[in-house]
Every structure is written in structure tokens, then in C-alpha cells.
Design a protein around this ligand. Structure first.
Ligand code: SAH
Ligand code: SF4
Ligand code: F3S
Length: 434
């Protein structure tokens, strides 16, 4: 008789930051290695995993509503297992148990290696601290064949007063440099062209080497491009600026979250720098590397943010002329220090403030993109453009999107282009035959 035992299938929903995207690649790889099969169809899966984000209330709500819809699938297929992983899993296991008793497994970000046991364990919660995480090596199923994420450290010790991450990802811990270097050398051997190093605050990377020493070592591997996210402005050192300048593969892009232009707000956010010191660093970086693109994160409506504080942020954005900003309305996170502060800002005022902030930046981004018209840029092709299959999309070293005519180049090809037009969200380019 035929063996009818087919391999079980799973589907992963991913929310949140690059770390979660990469954690999903680890879970996918681990489950496939254990003999399970990924499926495109959640309604046919034996296991559904939610890799969740808790950074703002909205991200959490998105997950909870999808979870509610999935409950109906489970009603039709009672053998289906549901697992909640990621930052909400770590922070809100009680709430998940209460709101969704049909969830079988809860799996925090420090315990994703346990994913291989989900099928064989009954209901279970994996949220204990895992100091071994820095030594954990994973099977990974990467989404791209040319660009790869590489974790260099886990957790965060900064405790910015608004932020849930130190509670969900645990204490800061760095991977040994030899593991990181081996992973990157292997990627290079398999034809990868770009690596993005991941950590909540890469400047505090510390194992047998510090971050700058690690970058020089990575520079010797011979990749085309290396990036990192995210660096904390307080710890951005002259040595790091020099490293970006000197090491050929280091891309001319820095994401440097400012959060606010007001010293009072920065202090209450526990950011431990002033606007003047941030500004100084930006000027210094641009002095050394004039073509560098700098992007940032801004929060409006932090508790106690006055009209004057807000104007200071607008002033900062106008003065520093970022290449792009990610703007957020402050979202209260239970258990953080900011949640206990007086002076919560009403929602409609937050909305007004974010709208004007984004409007102010829009024009700056457009002007900066237009200033690139006529320049020659190297782009790494990612694939057909999202909006127009006749076009191909690639990225500059400064992380800007460039659209070119589709002449069939594959993902991972490097091309030289001349920028014809700068737009709000992208650039148009023409290939310079080479
Ligand atoms: N470790 C990274 C940030 C991770 S979170 C860093 O420090 O740069 C990404 C961004 O989300 C933060 O920079 C901040 O701007 C925003 N953010 C974090 N907590 C938030 C909250 N409670 N409300 C609104 N935005 C928040
Ligand atoms: Fe959150 Fe601050 Fe840590 Fe970034 S550095 S993850 S904003 S606590
Ligand atoms: Fe990332 Fe969201 Fe967690 S931003 S670290 S997945 S709370």
C-alpha cells in the first residue's frame, strides 16, 4: 500500500522590522530542514505562524485581527496548529491566552530555534531568556539570492522610554565575530552581492572585536555592498565615519534615528544626546562623505511635547535636510517608562503634527532626489518594478530606488546608470552601456 503520510505544511505571516523578516527566514529554513513544507495557502496549512510586532498599537492590532480571521480556518480544520511568535508573543502571552485560547504555541524572539518542535509538542509557551542565542546557528531560507540579512547582535539595553523592544528582545548580546565572518564568506561564495548587518544598536556590538573592527574584517571578504541598521546617534564615533569612508564595500547610507529636535523631549525619551550633538555629527559625516544619504526616524506627540518642542523638530528637519524620514505618532506601550508620564498628547493633535512633518519632508526629499539628475550611479537590480512590469527596479548604494527600462537583466546584476529624473519616491535612470 502507498504510504499516505505526507509532510505537514506551514504558513508564516510576518509583521514588523527587518529583524522579524529575517527571523521568519530562520523559521522557514529550520522547518524545511526538519522536513515540513511551506505553503502559499494559509487555509490549507497544518500550521500557521504569526511573527508579530509590538512597536506601536497599530502593528499589534493588525496581527490580532488577522488572528481572529484565522480562528475561522481552525474551526473548519481542528487539526490546524496556530503559533504566535515575535515581539507580541514575548510581551503579551497573557493577553494572547485570554483573547485567543485557540492559540497552541507561543514563541518569543529569543526562542525561535524551538520552532522545529512545534509539530511534536502539545500546547506550549517558549518565552524564557535564552543567553545562548548569540551562539545559535540557524538553517535559513533567504528570500533573495543577491541581498542577505545577517544578525550581528540581539536585544537592546538602551531603554528609550517609549520603546517596547528591550522587553521583547531581551538583553543585548553579540554574536562571535568568527561566526558572522563565516556566514558572510559563505554568502559571498554563493554569489550574494549585498549584506545588511542587523542589530538594534550596532554601535554597541562587542565580542572579541568592536563594531568598527568587525567592519574592517568584513571589508576583506570582498562583497560589493555592506550596510547596517541601526546605529544610535550617541555612539556614532569618528572611527565609524572613517570606516564607512575607507572600506570600499561600505555603502554611503546611514539610518540615524533623531526622534525629536527638542532637547527636553530627547531627555525624557532617554536618548542621551542633544540636538546640537546630533547636528554636529551629521555635519561631520557630510564633511567626510559628501554623497552620503542620511535617513531618520521621528516620533511626534511624545508625552509633554509642546508646540515649541514640535517646532524644534520641524526646524531640525528643515536644517538637516534628510534624504528621507520615517515619521510616527507616539504610541503608548504598556510597561514602558513613557506610559507613566504626564501630558499625553491628544490623537487629533498627533495627526496634525505628523501630517505637517511629512509634508515638510516631502519637498526636501523631492529636491534632494532632483539634485541627483545627471549624476552617474551604480545600481543593484532587484527585479521588475512593483508598479510597472515594463520597468526594472534597482537600488543605489545610497539606498534610493531607481527605475530603468526592462531589458531583461536579472536580480543581482550591477549596472551603471545616469539619473534622468528625480521623483518623490524614486529616480528614473538610463543604463550606460559598459
Ligand atoms: N533600534 C532602532 C529602532 C527600532 S524601532 C533604533 O533605535 O533606531 C523603529 C522606530 O520606531 C524607532 O526609531 C522609533 O522612531 C519608532 N518607535 C519606537 N517605539 C515607538 C512608540 N512607542 N511609538 C511610536 N514610535 C515608536
Ligand atoms: Fe528601542 Fe531605543 Fe533600543 Fe532602538 S535603541 S530598540 S528605540 S530602546
Ligand atoms: Fe521589530 Fe516590531 Fe519587535 S519593530 S523588534 S518586530 S516590536
Amino acid at each position: 500500500m502507498l504510504d499516505l503520510k505526507m509532510s505537514k505544511s506551514f504558513f508564516i505571516y510576518t509583521y514588523g522590522c527587518q529583524m522579524n523578516v529575517h527571523d521568519s527566514e530562520k523559521m522557514l529554513g529550520t522547518l524545511e530542514k526538519a522536513g515540513y513544507a511551506a505553503t502559499e495557502r494559509p487555509d490549507q496549512a497544518d500550521l500557521i505562524i504569526f511573527n508579530t510586532c509590538a512597536i506601536r498599537a497599530k502593528a499589534e492590532q493588525k496581527f490580532f485581527s488577522q488572528l481572529g480571521r484565522t480562528k475561522l480556518l481552525k474551526r473548519k480544520n481542528p487539526h490546524m496548529k496556530i503559533a504566535v511568535a515575535g515581539c507580541v508573543a514575548q510581551e503579551s502571552q497573557e493577553e494572547i491566552r485570554k483573547r485567543a485560547p485557540y492559540v497552541d504555541v507561543v514563541l518569543g524572539p529569543q526562542n525561535i530555534h524551538q520552532v522545529r518542535n512545534i509539530f511534536s509538542t502539545p500546547r506550549q509557551i517558549f518565552i524564557e531568556e535564552n543567553p545562548g542565542i548569540a551562539l545559535q546557528e540557524y538553517e535559513m531560507h533567504r528570500q533573495s539570492l543577491s541581498r542577505a540579512w545577517v544578525s550581528i547582535m540581539y536585544g537592546c539595553n538602551n531603554y528609550c522610554s517609549y520603546c517596547i523592544v528591550p522587553y521583547t528582545r531581551g538583553r543585548e548580546i553579540s554574536r562571535p565575530s568568527k561566526n558572522i565572518l563565516a556566514e558572510i564568506a559563505d554568502l559571498k561564495a554563493r554569489g550574494y552581492r549585498e549584506v545588511t548587518l542587523l542589530g538594534q544598536n550596532v554601535n554597541s556590538y562587542r565580542s572579541d572585536r568592536d563594531f568598527v573592527q568587525l567592519l574592517y574584517k568584513i571589508g576583506l571578504i570582498g562583497l560589493d555592498r555592506v550596510r547596517f541598521v541601526t546605529s544610535h546617534p550617541r555612539d556614532l564615533s569618528p572611527a565609524l565615519i572613517q570606516a564607512i569612508d575607507e572600506i570600499p564595500c561600505m555603502c554611503e547610507h546611514l539610518h540615524l534615528p533623531l526622534q525629536s529636535g527638542s532637547n527636553g523631549v530627547l531627555h525624557r525619551m532617554n536618548r542621551r544626546y542633544t540636538y546640537a550633538s546630533y547636528r554636529e555629527k551629521v555635519f561631520k559625516i557630510r564633511d567626510h562623505i559628501p554623497d552620503i544619504a542620511i535617513t531618520t526616524d521621528i516620533i511626534v506627540g511624545f508625552p509633554g511635547e509642546s508646540e515649541r518642542d514640535y517646532e524644534a523638530t520641524i526646524h531640525a528637519v528643515e536644517e538637516l535636510r534628510f534624504d528621507g524620514i520615517f515619521g510616527f505618532k507616539y504610541s503608548e506601550r504598556k510597561g514602558t517608562r513613557a506610559a507613566a508620564l504626564d501630558g499625553q498628547v491628544p490623537e487629533n493633535l498627533k495627526t496634525e503634527r505628523i501630517q505637517r512633518l511629512l509634508k515638510t519632508q516631502e519637498l526636501i526629499t523631492l529636491k534632494r532626489n532632483q539634485s541627483l539628475e545627471g549624476s552617474v550611479q551604480e545600481i543593484l537590480i532587484e527585479g521588475p518594478s512593483d508598479t510597472d512590469p515594463e520597468m526594472l527596479m534597482g537600488r543605489t548604494r545610497t539606498n534610493k530606488i531607481v527605475n530603468i527600462r526592462n531589458s531583461g537583466e536579472r536580480e543581482g546584476t550591477m549596472l551603471t546608470v545616469r539619473i534622468r529624473k528625480g521623483r518623490q519616491h524614486s529616480l528614473d535612470g538610463d543604463v550606460i552601456p559598459g
